[in-house]
Design a protein around this ligand. Structure first.
Ligand SMILES: Nc1ncnc2c1ncn2[C@@H]1O[C@H](COP(=O)(O)OP(=O)(O)OP(=O)(O)O)[C@@H](O)[C@H]1O
Ligand SMILES: [Mg+2]
Length: 454
């Protein structure tokens, strides 16, 4: 994860940067918007921008969009000037962080933008066998396709392969092919030359070039447009690329890893995925089993997540009771490790008296609802109550209650709520805006926290 801090922030830069660095983030600084754009274009890269609210955030967001650069912008400012914060969000900032920086808030924002780099926690032989296989193929340069249901740890596995490879000291970068539109993704991957399209005011180095010597993860590759699949195939075969609008081929030495939670063979049969690219990718396939297929992992993962969230929530020595653990082990975990993580995060927030009990967890079991809306479960209703209260309601209604409930638990803090729900802050905001416009009361952040509209 790389963070670029833009502007002076009146001396708070180093504090914010240090907090980010202590969370494993690489931080760099730029004095102005021009300098920030230059850094981003040059391939030195940034996955997140922290921008002084005194700078022209609207201009930065517009220029990034014109150059087809998709990096989230978070505005930062001294104190809580509500108007300035609201304006920054209206201009396209994803979040506002008041300064001096609160380590918790910075950590939550970083986490919501890029999943933290954990070590792979495991005990079940099903996963140990795959890790052994991954160890064997890591040092070669072969492409690797990592498959598995949503939330099984595919991205984590990609990092594992990189860290075990000869490229471990080089860069690992990831591009999510599902999150970026076709034209943006093309620029993101291949870069572009000045004048390639009307907003292309300068040359931009793409991720394939930037990752030279290292590893690039094409996350959710099944969602990539076939036209771009063909360009990626060319890059794989010829080990060279052309920037958008460019004519000179550029040699690139990048190891490609890809993930998919859709069946790629089926996509090939449906004509949505290039057969040749599939064959290239499928030389090595690491299939991550669902959590229900590796039950021995559940206790170690549950304990790991309790430790993780206990530290960040100042709750030390939290224990999981035996009946709570029994309940966790019996659950079907359709959302896999991510769902378990969200459940344990919420359990830590709710736990009282130093123990996570079955009751704290039970609260969550409205399985069919969870599966259909794929967010973390409600934690404050018993299974029986939940079943009753959800009967004969639409998924949209259930989702709305879940969101508002979670927001209440987080005392209105949007960043924390979005994290627990497993959705982006922007999605959360959009939904809250709709609810509010529909006359539904939406919990607001506490006064000392981020002043936001919704
Ligand atoms: N074995 C593990 N040990 C520790 N944490 C894990 C493990 N597996 C997954 N996680 C955590 O669970 C979450 C989901 O993992 P990850 O993002 O790698 O899954 P994914 O398969 O890429 O999900 P998606 O299908 O949604 O893209 C992350 O927060 C990750 O750190
Ligand atoms: Mg993923």
């Amino acid at each position: 994860m790389r963070l670029l801090i833009v502007g002076s922030l009146e001396g708070h830069i180093s504090t914010a940067g240090q907090i980010a660095i202590s969370r494993g983030t690489k931080a760099a600084c730029a004095d102005s918007i021009d300098e920030a754009l230059e850094t981003v274009r040059s391939g030195q890269g940034a996955e997140l921008l922290f921008v002084d609210i005194k700078l022209n955030i609207g201009d930065l967001v517009t220029r990034l969009a014109a150059e087809r650069i998709s990096i989230p912008v978070v505005s930062c400012g001294i104190g809580t000037n509500a108007d300035a914060a609201v304006e920054a969000i209206q201009q396209g900032a994803k979040e506002y962080i008041p300064l001096p920086p609160d380590p918790e808030l910075i950590a939550a924002v970083l986490e919501s933008v890029a999943a933290e780099k954990h070590t792979m926690i495991h005990r079940d032989p099903a996963i140990t066998n795959i890790l052994n296989f991954a160890d064997q193929i890591a040092s070669s340069n072969t492409l690797v396709l990592i498959t598995g249901e949503s939330g099984t740890g595919k991205e984590l596995m990609a990092r594992y392969v990189h860290n075990k490879s000869k490229r471990a000291t080089q860069k690992f970068t990831a591009v999510n092919c599902a999150e970026i539109s076709e034209t943006f993704l093309e620029s993101e991957l291949f870069g572009h030359e000045k004048g390639a399209f009307s907003g292309a005011v300068a040359r931009r180095i793409g991720r394939l070039e930037e990752a030279h010597g290292g590893t690039l993860l094409l996350d959710e590759i099944s969602e990539m447009h076939p036209r771009l699949q063909a360009k990626v195939l060319h890059a794989v075969q010829e080990l060279e690329i052309k920037r958008v609008g460019g004519i000179t081929p550029i040699k690139v030495d990048v190891r490609l890893l890809a993930t998919s939670n859709r069946n790629l063979e089926e996509a090939v049969n449906n004509g949505d995925f290039l057969e040749n690219l599939f064959f290239r990718l499928n030389v090595v396939n690491l299939r991550l089993p669902a959590l229900r297929e590796r039950p021995l992992d559940i206790p170690v993962l549950a304990e790991h997540f309790v430790d993780k969230y206990s530290i960040s929530n100042d709750k030390t020595d939290l224990k999981i009771s035996a009946d709570a653990m029994g309940m966790l082990c019996q659950h079907a975990w359709r959302g896999n490790v991510r769902e378990l993580e969200n459940t344990m995060h919420r359990a830590v927030l709710l736990a009282q008296g130093g123990e996570i009990t079955a009751e704290t967890i039970a609260l969550n079991n409205t399985e069919s609802i969870r599966a259909s809306i794929s967010v973390a479960p409600i934690a404050a209703v018993s299974p029986a109550d939940a079943a009753v209260s959800f009967v004969a309601r639409t998924v949209a209604e259930a989702e709305r209650d879940l969101i508002i409930d979670t927001l209440q638990h987080c005392l209105g803090n949007r960043t924390h709520a979005a994290n627990i729900l497993g959705i982006s802050i922007r999605t959360l905001r959009n939904k809250l805006k709709l609810y509010s416009e529909g006359g539904i009361p939406v919990p607001m952040p506490r006064e000392s926290e981020t002043p936001t509209q919704y």
